[in-house]
Design a protein around this ligand. Structure first.
Ligand SMILES: NC(=O)c1ccc[n+]([C@@H]2O[C@H](COP(=O)([O-])OP(=O)(O)OC[C@H]3O[C@@H](n4cnc5c(N)ncnc54)[C@H](O)[C@@H]3O)[C@@H](O)[C@H]2O)c1
Length: 278
């Protein structure tokens, strides 16, 4: 039986681990070849370790395990020239481009907005907003050249639909992603290119499950662990869970990427266990 994205090529940022890796694997399972990029080194303002070259190599192995091809490159999404070189080389090798998943993102800081440093602000906006714009800008010419339309999925957050304290710069960037999504959708619709955003709640990845976040959720405890955080995280949701798994987001990305969603564009799709109801 043909896969849901059989024969298509997907360009995914932040693909070395977490949700990006999961998207690469899920799309490969359903028949897509992958162009995978990730920074694979540290950004100074980010408290948790970012990905490594070994992480990206592991994603490549997982995709190849599904008998799909993958082109990988170590690229910072803030660098448009490097993004363009990577996607150009990937398309040269894999032959086409049908799907863009602008997923790379960071968390940094953790202060209220009036106390956020300029460095944390600038890195946040440059990666989580500027990087999304540059990713789409680098990929779109290949979709247009193919003349077959396409699907672009931008990773926002529940924080792109409502506010959370202590992450105002993240909330601003993720709301900005919705503006990018809507504008790209109206500009590219005439070419049958669809543009949507996904809005995950807490996801079980290093960006969320780390010491800093646990302390933010449980300032009352000296050394909070995942179970301590879960009690509070659960209160954010209508469904009684603290966080979702990367695969839950990948299934939404797969749907939007596939022809099952062929007339869906300009949509903000929460995968949020009912967080937006609260
Ligand atoms: N984890 C959550 O709770 C959560 C919730 C809502 C939205 N998100 C969003 O989901 C996306 C994926 O995050 P994740 O949860 O998989 O976290 P993660 O930290 O596991 O993965 C993020 C990946 O992006 C890469 N990256 C960071 N900056 C980069 C840059 N400048 N250039 C290229 N690659 C870069 C990292 O190296 C890492 O591999 C992010 O946009 C994040 O904001 C996460």
């Amino acid at each position: 039986m043909a896969g849901r994205v059989e024969g298509k090529v997907a360009f995914i940022t932040g693909a070395a681990r977490g949700q990006g890796r999961s998207h690469a694997v899920r799309l490969a399972q359903e028949g897509a070849d992958i162009i995978a990029v990730d920074i694979c080194k540290q950004i100074d303002s980010v408290q948790i370790p970012l990905s490594t070259p070994e992480d990206l190599a592991e994603t490549a192995d997982l995709v190849k395990g599904h008998d799909r091809r993958i082109y990988t490159a170590e690229v910072d999404v803030r660098d448009y020239g490097a993004l363009k070189a990577a996607v150009d080389a990937g398309v040269e090798q894999l032959g086409r481009l049908d799907i863009i998943v602008a997923n790379a993102g960071i968390g940094n800081g953790g202060a209220t907005l009036d106390r956020t440093s300029e460095r944390d602000w600038t890195d946040m906006i440059d990666v989580n907003l500027g990087g999304v714009w540059k990713t789409v800008k680098a990929g779109v010419p290949h979709m247009l050249a193919g003349g077959r339309g396409g699907s672009i999925i931008l990773t926002s957050s529940v924080g792109g639909l409502k506010a959370y304290p202590h992450t105002g710069h993240y909330v601003a960037a993720k709301h900005g992603v919705v503006g990018l999504m809507r504008t790209f959708a109206v500009e590219l619709g005439q070419h049958m290119i669809r543009v949507n955003s996904v809005h995950p709640t807490n996801v079980n990845t290093p960006l969320f499950l780390n010491e800093g976040t646990m302390k933010l959720f449980r300032p009352d405890l000296e050394n909070p662990g995942p179970d301590d955080m879960k009690v509070v995280a659960q209160m954010m949701h209508t469904l009684p869970i603290g966080w979702v798994e990367p695969e839950d987001i990948s299934n939404a990305v797969l749907f939007l990427a596939s022809d099952e969603a062929r007339y869906i564009t300009g949509v903000t799709l929460p995968v949020d266990a009912g967080s937006c109801l609260k």
